[in-house]
Design a protein. Structure first.
Length: 212
């Protein structure tokens, strides 16, 4: 390898847990330490598939539940060549939601098993670190009104939280639970420290394959 690879770092959590805020602060902190870092977010609403998802989330269109799950997965897969390229170039990727959100949200709907939901994402680049921003969904709801997008209700978010807890039983993933009820700076410090460690470790290892 011509240079050390970047780390794949994912932030997960229910809506309003602070993922976007913390992803931005983490990218800035990594850059300030003299390393390359970029933010990515899923769904990536800029692609053709992402536009279908966006229209669905905004309730401008309806899609069958299995179909929309596969579109979310396809939206991650379509970014894989770019992700691999950036990691190989030594760019650390900080990702705002990934396959775990995809599985947690669909499996919160009636009639969907975790296993069925995980299958389309098997083999994606495996995150070196997944930080779960833990926040009681009732507290999250107090951080501002839920918007009008699909899924933005307290009851649904509580079920999503339960599905995340099931996913976190999987010890093949490097999960770290972060108490997201603290101040933005306190949460950031934990996230930064964990990320610095993993960036050093990831340099020595190839990128893994998720759930394989
Ligand atoms: P997410 O991406 O998880 O939905 P955001 O980062 O968009 O969450 O944050 C949701 C709202 O909560 C924003 O208004 C943000 O400023 C606020 N917020 C984020 N982190 C905290 C925190 N630690 N304490 C209080 N409010 C926060």
């Amino acid at each position: 390898m011509s240079c050390r690879r970047g780390a794949l770092i994912v932030l997960e959590g229910v809506d309003r847990a602070g993922k976007t805020t913390q992803c931005q602060k983490l990218v800035q902190a990594i850059q300030q330490s003299g390393r390359a870092a970029e933010i990515m977010r899923f769904p990536d609403r800029t692609t053709k598939i992402g536009q279908l998802i966006s229209s669905y989330l905004e309730k401008k269109s309806n899609l069958e539940d299995h179909t929309v799950h596969l579109l979310f997965s396809a939206n991650r897969w379509e970014m894989v060549p770019v992700m691999k390229q950036k990691l190989e170039e030594g760019i650390n990727l900080v990702v705002d939601r990934y396959a775990f959100s995809g599985v947690a949200f669909t499996s919160a709907k009636p009639g969907f098993s975790l296993e069925w939901c995980m299958n389309p994402d098997v083999g994606l680049p495996k995150p070196d670190l997944v930080m779960f921003l833990q926040l009681n969904p009732n507290v999250a709801a107090n951080r501002g009104e839920y918007g009008n997008e699909r899924y933005e209700t307290s009851a649904f978010q509580r079920t999503v939280q339960q599905r995340f807890e099931e996913l976190m039983q999987d010890t093949s993933i490097n999960w770290k639970v972060i108490d997201a009820a603290r101040t933005i700076e306190e949460v950031h410090k934990d996230i930064k420290d964990l990320s610095e460690n993993i960036i050093s470790l990831a340099e020595e290892q190839p990128v893994g394959e998720l759930w394989r």
